[in-house]
Design a protein around this ligand. Structure first.
Ligand SMILES: [Zn+2]
Length: 234
């Protein structure tokens, strides 16, 4: 008995195998993963350089604070001398007053510069927070997508090895010559085996002639008159 049902099953398995092999080769997820990774790396570099600037600002602000402290100390000292009665000479007094005024201006300038640094620091701090949020989201997206990709690949790999096993088992029940014929026909037709249902060829959807239907009842290899496929009835 020529078992075309098994050959048809083989054909189905091969079609599925081809589909899975194509899916395994598809790399749009890999490309997307690479794109996200590049974004994360660029973000991390930006974060690092902003953080360095933030630290530098901290040092600058400390220095300005120290400078203001020193200037104020000088003012206090001069005021002490001025009001402590140490200075009697008018010229000396005028000089000290001038010096105090200059020191106060310097304090003011330094404090203003300090405020600008603080403002810059505040802006930078907000940018850092925002960027770290974005990076966190991107990392989550990356890990999720990578997990999905691994699972998908694993599922396809598992199914592929199942198919290969099934094909191996199935081929043992198919006559060697029939198998050869199948492969030869496959050079021209992707699916060389067709089921006949309600008198219609499943390959070309044309009605199968009465003669062919009669032949199907005998133990013969029958081809569809229209498309040339090997036909069989369940
Ligand atoms: Zn046909």
């Amino acid at each position: 008995m020529i078992n075309l049902q098994k050959l048809w099953d083989m054909q189905q398995l091969e079609a599925r195998q081809g589909k899975i092999e194509r899916m395994l080769k598809q790399n749009d997820i890999v490309l997307e993963l690479r794109r996200i990774k590049r974004n994360i790396e660029a973000g991390q570099r930006e974060f690092k350089s902003m953080k360095e600037r933030y630290r530098a600002l901290e040092r600058e602000i400390d220095q300005e604070d120290y400078q203001v402290g020193e200037l104020k100390k000088q003012i206090t000292e001069l005021n002490g001398k001025l009001f402590g009665g140490e200075m009697l000479n008018k010229k000396e007094i005028a000089g000290a007053e001038k010096r105090i005024a200059a020191l106060k201006r310097q304090v003011n300038e330094t404090e203003n510069a300090g405020i600008m640094l603080l403002e810059e620091q505040e802006i930078l701090k907000n940018k850092l927070l925002k960027l770290s949020e974005i990076l966190k989201e991107q990392r989550e997206e990356f890990y999720l997508l990578r997990e999905r990709y691994y699972q998908m690949q694993k599922k396809n790999q598992d199914e592929l090895s199942q198919i290969i096993q099934s094909k191996e088992k199935l081929s043992q029940g198919i006559d060697g010559e029939v198998m050869q014929l199948f492969y030869k026909m496959q050079e021209k037709l992707k699916k060389p085996v067709a089921k006949v249902e309600d008198g219609v060829c499943g390959g070309c959807h044309m009605t199968v002639t009465f003669d062919k239907l009669k032949e199907l009842k005998k133990n013969k290899i029958v081809k569809c008159d229209n498309c040339g496929r090997l036909i069989f009835k369940k």
